[in-house]
Design a protein around this ligand. Sequence first.
Ligand code: COS
Length: 386
Amino acid sequence: MPFDAEIRDALIEQVRRFVSEKCVPAEADVAEKDEVPQEIVDEMKHLGLFGIAVPEEYGGLQLDMETECLVAFELGQTSPAFRSVAGTNIGIGSQALVLFGTEEQKQRWLPGVASGDLIASFALTEPEAGSDAGALTTKAIRDGDHYVFNGTKRYITNANKADIFTVMARTDPDTPGAKGVSAFVVERNTPGVSVGVPEKKMGQQGAHICDVIFDNARVPAANMIGKEGEGFKVAMSVLDKGRLHISAVATGVSKRLIREMVNYALERKQFGKPIMEHQLIQAMIADSQAETYAAECMIMDAARRRDAGEDVTLLASSTKLFATEACGRVADRAVQVFGGAGYVSDYGIERFYRDVRIFRLYEGTSQIQQIIIARELARAAKSGKL
Ligand code: COS
């Protein structure tokens, strides 16, 4: 059922004001200090942002995907580090529980996820298993009513703040590839679970990624999400949704950068007139607008189809590929339109240029999206559905 239009408009307006009044003025400071201030985190909690994708019965706002993307368009219009604070609770950290958790698991963890009092992280990637996620080697070996975890997860967003992790681990070491993998909730305070120091990154200062290390960590068997051996499918379903969300965030950044380009081009004069009147500048801005509008339309269509119950694997990958690559081009043009000022930190444009680079990498690289798109098309053709 579509989300109530009036409530939706009010929420989007609230998020828009929060972004422009609280986040935008704090952008440089957050980048400098590598930390989002607690008062901004508290305001995000107050707005319900941590729980937008959690069902109402567990304290969330239960937005449909279309509304979630509209919110993400707004959240994208500032440094992506702000979105990242709640990003894993909204997306990959919580959705395995939402989609596949038992009633008991949901009651135990989702209210905290929704309020933001519990930070949820998603632990799939490993040192030797990035794009080839099915090659993961973290083991979870059954021992009575527990599983014993050993292994290392890498580049895990919000790991340093996380209270719970959705962890994909190999429960059947004799079965290689996707089939031997199961999904679990692992609590941070489990003995044998430790978190590394945050990595130094190219951009998105204020958002953190760390290793998560399991050293004989005993996790109750009751924490398994879904069936044994189905963990890879759980992860892929979570990523289908996550990829739509990231597409919307990237498109939000593109919208912000278009605004920055237009405003700057109207002010900045060269050759006796505002650079907005120079056709080569117009071309860069026009291409950015056309691509961003195309991304927006793709995202809305894919989100509505997901809300209608369609399988959106093909659409989510198509959307992520297009929207994040477009965002990269928009950020590059923004630097170009700003010229020397685009390269200087004070204007913030070079920061966005660095910040958006990760969109083409995480939740599946552009090349992985291409592989998924081709596979889905081949599958559809073979079953006569193309
Ligand atoms: N939804 C549900 N199930 C899915 C699925 C999806 N979107 N995609 C794949 N599956 C299922 C497949 O149907 C298959 O099950 P069956 O054997 O029962 O048919 C199983 O999962 C394995 O799928 P597949 O054979 O396609 O796995 P591969 O190892 O060949 O690789 C890719 C799949 C490359 C698509 C996957 O590893 C991937 O997405 N990699 C990128 C990982 C990523 O995004 N990392 C970012 C980390 S989070 S920031």
